[in-house]
Unconditional design. Structure first.
Length: 522
């Protein structure tokens, strides 16, 4: 019989003890308090290089001027430099780091112009760089690490690095590059690193007065009360749609706090009642669009809720719809040999009938076996994977839709379409028992590591995800949930997970380990 106990807070033994569970506070996913970043000084260094002798660009100077103006409007002190040579660029970066260190300011570095990668390192090209061979790049360009090392020394609370520096043909026709665009790079602690397009690809210089990426970034920077990660997610969606998937911006983040370019007048904690009201509204929208066959409704949802409770599964559905409409989505160029990044894992959704996964469930503390079970794919629809006789159902990336006991779930997003170090998301979903009784579950999740993980099915190079949250129902139970689990390239389900459930007083209701024993995929 198909069965999967992961994140299953209403298992029979838990229901029997639900009346004894004490109350506990709601998960922080549903509230936000004043960030320590609020009210700090803001300082930006903005560079726009257009006048390259062999490969001039139309828009970087325009882009930099416009970005500088928008940052000033949002409270940044801005140092704007145009058509900068190497010495001036290095001096500006050094002075920028010292200013951040002295003021402990929020920093933002923006560069528009040519960029290149060499041996996994990223370089920003000054306008006076004379590059006759790729061996000239380290001495005549400015390596991104020069900036990042200065930010590390500054020890300021937060940094944003925006690189609209992926235009094609940076050295002119006489010297083609071995790799296009920039190399993938994981954001240093307390920072967000944004590229105009995904690693290994090139960006459009635009047909108007601004590059395609900066055109949309300027628009989103004006949005009041928008969190910084939502700003960049909206930019990514807009650029993707405008370019028909040929340019997809990319970000790496290690931010732990919210930041607003134009913050709310009052930043205060959201009440439980308000959080529930918002969830109900978002859930109603998701219920209407979750099987949409046209992109408009999904795009509207993602613009309104870029980090929404269903945004990851909405993105999965949008990918499907656009692929069916003919979009050829570009891939991120990544390699395990890259010393500056843990890479990106995009989940394989090409599930096949007959795919088989066998798991062992045991007590985490003693490793005493509870049971073994096998999941076999028996049917696949456009949005669902059915196992066994149909009692157990997931979406295409493993999120639960139906259990054998008749319970159904709406909008769970424990599993997401792609993983990279530092990525965070929240899932709040509603479960309905076979008798029609509802309960809600909320978890905050984060990708915390990429590491080798050995289970009976083999040794895998896997991403580790950690989640925490709660489940509660109308009957009065309120349960703390914690988990860590691993997903790996080439395997369409998780390979291992530790899952615990506790009452507010610490009573253990579940503490189990699931390991993949064997699997076969066609």
């Amino acid at each position: 019989m198909a069965y999967d106990p992961m994140f299953d807070p209403l298992r029979r033994r838990l229901l029997q003890g639900a009346a004894a569970v004490g109350a506990m506070s709601l998960c922080p996913a549903l509230s936000f308090a004043q960030s320590s970043l609020y009210g700090l000084p803001r300082h930006a260094l903005v560079i726009g290089n257009s006048r390259y002798p062999n490969s001039p660009l139309d828009n970087p100077a325009n882009d930099a001027k416009a970005i500088a103006g928008e940052l000033k409007a949002s409270g940044f002190d801005v140092n704007l430099l145009l058509d900068t040579g190497r010495d001036a660029l290095l001096n500006a970066i050094e002075a920028y780091g010292k200013q951040l260190a002295a003021r402990k300011a929020v920093g933002l570095f923006y560069f528009a112009g040519h960029g290149a990668q060499l041996a996994w390192r990223n370089y920003l090209l000054p306008v006076d760089a004379v590059i006759k061979s790729m061996d000239d790049v380290p001495a005549r360009a400015v390596e991104l690490n020069t900036l990042l090392q200065g930010l590390t020394r500054a020890k300021n609370p937060m940094n944003v690095i925006v690189l609209d520096a992926c235009r094609d043909n940076p050295f002119g026709k006489g010297l083609p590059t071995e790799q296009k665009g920039l190399s993938q790079f994981d954001a240093p602690p307390g920072s967000l690193l944004a590229y105009a397009t995904s690693p290994g690809n090139v960006a459009s210089d635009g047909s108007g007065s601004n590059g395609l990426y900066t055109e949309h970034l300027l628009r989103e920077l004006k949005t009041p009360e928008a969190k910084i990660e939502d700003v960049f997610k909206r930019v990514r969606l807009a650029v993707r749609r405008r370019s028909n998937g040929e340019q997809i911006p990319w970000e790496s983040t290690s931010l732990e706090e919210d930041f607003y370019f134009h913050p709310p007048k009052v930043i205060s904690k959201i009440s439980d009642e308000e959080a529930t009201r918002r969830f109900e509204g978002e859930l109603a929208i998701w219920e209407r669009i979750k099987t949409a066959t046209e992109p408009v409704a999904l795009e509207d949802y993602l613009r309104r809720y870029p980090s929404g409770l269903f945004s990851e599964v909405a993105q999965l559905r949008l990918d499907q719809v656009l692929a069916k409409a003919g979009e050829r989505k570009i891939d991120i160029a990544s390699s395990v040999q890259n010393p500056f990044s843990k890479g990106t894992l995009r989940i394989d959704t090409r599930v096949k009938i007959g795919d088989r996964y066998s798991y062992r469930e045991a007590h985490a503390s003693t490793n005493e076996e509870i049971r073994q079970y096998t999941l076999v794919v028996s049917q696949i629809t456009e949005t669902e994977v059915i196992y066994g006789k149909g009692g157990f159902v997931t979406d295409l990336i493993g999120n639960w839709i139906k259990f054998n006991d008749g319970r159904t779930l709406t909008g769970a997003q424990y599993f997401i379409p792609d993983y990279s170090l530092g990525k965070r998301w929240t899932s709040r979903h509603r479960s309905i028992s076979a008798k029609g009784n509802p309960y809600d579950t909320v978890v905050d999740c984060k990708v915390v590591a990429r590491e080798s993980r050995t289970v009976p099915a083999g040794t895998f190079d896997a991403f580790r995800i950690e989640c925490s949250g709660w489940a509660r129902g109308e009957s009065g139970f309120n349960i703390e949930l914690r988990s860590r689990y691993w997903v790996a390239p080439g395997v369409r389900r998780y390979i291992e997970g530790f899952f615990s459930q506790r009452t507010a007083k610490g009573t253990v209701l579940q503490d189990t380990n699931l390991q993949l024993m064997s699997f076969s995929q066609t």
